[in-house]
Design a protein around this ligand. Structure first.
Ligand SMILES: *[C@@H]1O[C@H](CO)[C@@H](O)[C@H](O)[C@H]1NC(C)=O
Length: 142
């Protein structure tokens, strides 16, 4: 391949990564690069805050203290190699757990359709939603 074809390929990839998700129909979206992850304190009391600390291989998003119903949100662009992974350390009182909140190709990446990954952290575990309305329990605390 010469330099010109490399440049053309680069420009095509760059263009795709700038474009909004392409929808064939309401269900199937083949390309999505921009995502938002929302971590929500879904506890029913304010006795302890939820302390969350999210990271990826290249980013440390710092520690965030969330009281009832508060959320911490971060945005990112999925890399074109499909290796993006973010995980968060969660602490509440003496309970602690680290969960993957976004991982390409993994079960937990069900937010492909809406580009939003919601995690509601509750007394009985970690609930996932892609629309902030219908929740599925994914993990227990222990
Ligand atoms: C999610 O739903 C809650 C409760 O209805 C609402 O307060 C919050 O603003 C919503 N968050 C987003 C990002 O839509």
């Amino acid at each position: 391949m010469n330099h010109f074809s490399l440049l053309v390929i680069f420009l095509i990839i760059f263009h795709i990564s700038q474009a909004p998700a392409l929808a064939y129909d309401e269900e199937i979206i083949i390309l999505r690069f921009k995502y938002k992850v929302h971590i929500i304190n879904g506890f029913t009391s304010n006795e302890n805050p939820l302390i969350t600390h999210c990271k990826s291989k290249d980013n440390d998003l710092g520690e965030h203290v969330l009281w009832m119903n508060n959320e911490f949100m971060f945005k990112f662009r999925k890399n074109i190699f499909g290796t993006t992974c973010f995980w968060c350390d969660m602490r509440h009182g003496s309970a602690q757990k680290t969960i993957d909140v976004f991982r390409v190709g993994h079960e937990s990446n069900k937010c492909h359709g809406t580009g939003n990954c919601f995690w509601s952290v509750r007394e009985d575990g970690f609930y996932f939603s892609d629309n902030n309305q219908s929740w599925i329990k994914m993990y227990d605390w222990v």
